[in-house]
Design a protein around this ligand. Structure first.
Ligand SMILES: NC(=O)c1ccc[n+]([C@@H]2O[C@H](COP(=O)([O-])OP(=O)(O)OC[C@H]3O[C@@H](n4cnc5c(N)ncnc54)[C@H](OP(=O)(O)O)[C@@H]3O)[C@@H](O)[C@H]2O)c1
Length: 257
């Protein structure tokens, strides 16, 4: 395999579009998610259209030990991961104390722990080779307090902060790390998180456009990529001047819309 990307959460949404973009450049892929039939469908599409090598691995990355098992499988097969897309993740609506804690701990295991482990394992190999690119799907949520989707926002704040620190540590190493920070995107995310008919996702960005902006930012080695201008303005120019309590109130209304 050559110029190989390992993409978690490749069975739908942003991850699926990242896979299509990567394959369109003639680069190989390892696709990871739980729904193996969807991964096989994507593999067929990409191998036929772009003549690239695509491997699929079914894995529930919220299970303790799954990320290590994934890494071991990749190494045993002799595959080299040149691009790591830590993209799998999910959210969940509701007041923190009224949600099942197990749902939120599963979210932390996937959105934070799996990302941390895979970046540690593959990042070390990349650093040894002095070459590699890592794209972590965070969110604009990572810059904001998140009442009524509290744990999700906190997981994305972790990803933003971790990426910023790691990018500094990796300066001059040949390895770059980028946090992709979209606002609402049209994917299965809203349904999974319990926002079925929420106004928040009206006019949401397309998964393809989001993935393309993120992919290009990763190629350039940018650290933070906020995909839409209005969110970039909000976070960089307005947020620093808004009291946190006011920001939390606005977010709370949006989550309940
Ligand atoms: N959509 C948005 O509005 C939005 C905005 C900002 C950031 N994001 C972030 O973007 C990333 C991708 O989400 P998306 O919007 O593309 O939503 P999506 O369509 O629901 O995709 C989520 C992907 O993660 C995979 N996944 C979920 N649980 C998993 C598990 N336990 N183990 C392995 N894979 C798992 C899913 O595959 P299987 O179900 O087949 O396992 C799927 O491929 C997430 O990190 C999300 O937080 C989304």
């Amino acid at each position: 395999m050559k110029n190989t990307a390992l993409i978690t959460g490749a069975s739908s949404g942003i991850g699926k579009e990242l896979a299509r973009i990567h394959a369109s450049k003639g680069r190989d892929l390892i696709l990871v998610a739980r729904r193996i039939e969807l991964l096989h469908g994507l593999k067929e599409e990409l191998t036929q259209k772009y003549r690239v090598q695509v491997e699929v691995i079914a894995k529930d990355l919220s299970v303790v030990g799954a990320s290590q098992a994934l890494y071991d499988e990749v190494i045993q097969n002799g595959w080299q991961v040149d691009y790591l897309f830590n993209n799998a993740g999910f959210g969940g609506k509701g007041a923190f104390l009224e949600r099942e804690l197990e749902q939120d701990t599963e979210m932390v295991r996937l959105n934070v722990m799996a990302l941390l482990k895979l970046t540690h394992l593959f990042g070390k190999d990349m650093k040894q080779r002095a070459k590699g690119k890592i794209l972590q799907t965070a969110s604009t949520a990572g810059f904001l307090p998140g009442p009524y989707q509290n744990t999700y926002f906190a997981t994305k704040a972790f990803v933003v902060s971790h990426t910023q620190g790691l990018a500094h540590e990796l300066k001059g190493s040949g390895v770059t790390v980028t946090a992709l920070c979209p606002g609402p995107v049209q994917t299965e995310f809203a349904q999974v998180a319990g926002f079925g008919s929420s106004k928040m996702f009206e006019g949401a960005a397309s998964a393809y456009k989001t993935a393309l902006i993120g992919y290009n930012a990763m190629e350039k080695g940018k650290v933070i990529c906020i995909t839409e201008l209005q969110f970039s303005f909000l976070i960089k120019c307005l947020r620093p001047f808004l009291p946190t309590s006011l920001t939390a109130g606005i977010i709370a209304k949006m989550q309940q819309s």
